[in-house]
Design a protein around this ligand. Structure first.
Ligand SMILES: O=C(O)CCC(=O)C(=O)O
Length: 250
């Protein structure tokens, strides 16, 4: 699928995939940054999948990825004008002996609650997530599973059952640089990493620039960085009004 068609799917389904937009040099820079961060002492990990460490925000390659024009456009198609709210490094160790199958998928969930107290069915807006793989992923590497179009769950009119959610699910496989984009209301789940390698990537979160119901901020959001780290990251990003305001801002 070409980029324009992929963006149209993302606009319509509030989820989809992009590929082929990062050069080998950019991918090499991202992988180098991934290795630099994961070899730091005393990292802040979560879930055995993600790293939230504030030192992530000092990596120019990550700042460049988070401001990539295609990523910006894809997120704009999902939630409109937006602000960057979070970076998480993907570092999922092998955790299974068999790959997941469509039939074995479990744990579908949404990310909306990270930035809103309003139930996803009632919330007027939501957050958006971009996940970039730094290496080639197959089913053995435990790709993210995204139920494309599942943000439409509506208990009155468009009731979705699990079979429909699974039927609409696509796996985030593909060559290095393959990127998944989805809304905070999109059902998704993890799959088994039965390879011998750690899954590597960056997970980037955005919230609407003028949030209505998406006003909650979490401890891992960049607004809670130490002010010096926040300002240093804003300088790396080097675009006005790109980040959510710091928690100390009036
Ligand atoms: O690791 C994955 O592929 C999915 C993880 C996820 O969606 C989560 O932890 O919220």
């Amino acid at each position: 699928m070409d980029t324009a068609a992929a963006l149209d799917v993302i606009a319509e389904a509030k989820a989809g995939f992009l590929e082929g937009f990062l050069s080998q040099k950019e991918l090499d820079g991202l992988l180098e940054a991934w290795h630099r961060i994961t070899s730091l002492p005393s990292l802040t990990y979560a879930d055995g999948r993600f790293i939230f460490d504030p030192r992530l925000y000092s990596e120019l390659a990550f700042a460049r990825l988070a401001t990539h024009p295609l990523i910006m456009e894809a997120v704009r198609r999902v939630i409109g004008d937006c602000r960057l709210v979070r970076l998480q490094l993907v570092a999922t160790s092998p955790n299974a002996s068999m790959p997941s199958t469509r039939e074995s998928l479990k744990g579908f969930h949404v990310e909306h609650h990270l930035h809103s107290e309003v139930h996803p069915l009632l919330s007027r807006d939501t957050n958006s997530w971009v996940w970039v793989n730094f290496e080639m992923l197959t089913m053995e590497n435990g790709p993210l599973a995204v139920s494309v179009g599942s943000h439409h769950v509506d208990l009155l009119k468009r009731r979705l059952d699990l079979a429909q959610v699974v039927a609409a699910t696509q796996f985030h496989v593909g060559s290095a640089g393959a990127t998944a984009v989805f809304s905070g209301k999109t059902l998704h789940c993890g799959t088994n990493n039965c390879s011998k390698v750690v899954r590597k990537g960056l997970y980037v979160g955005f919230v609407p620039a003028q949030p209505q119901d998406v006003t909650k901020r979490g401890e891992h959001d960049l607004c809670h960085l130490a002010i010096n780290d926040y300002e240093a990251f804003a300088a790396l990003i080097s675009r006005p009004d790109y980040l959510v305001p710091h928690s100390s801002a009036k």
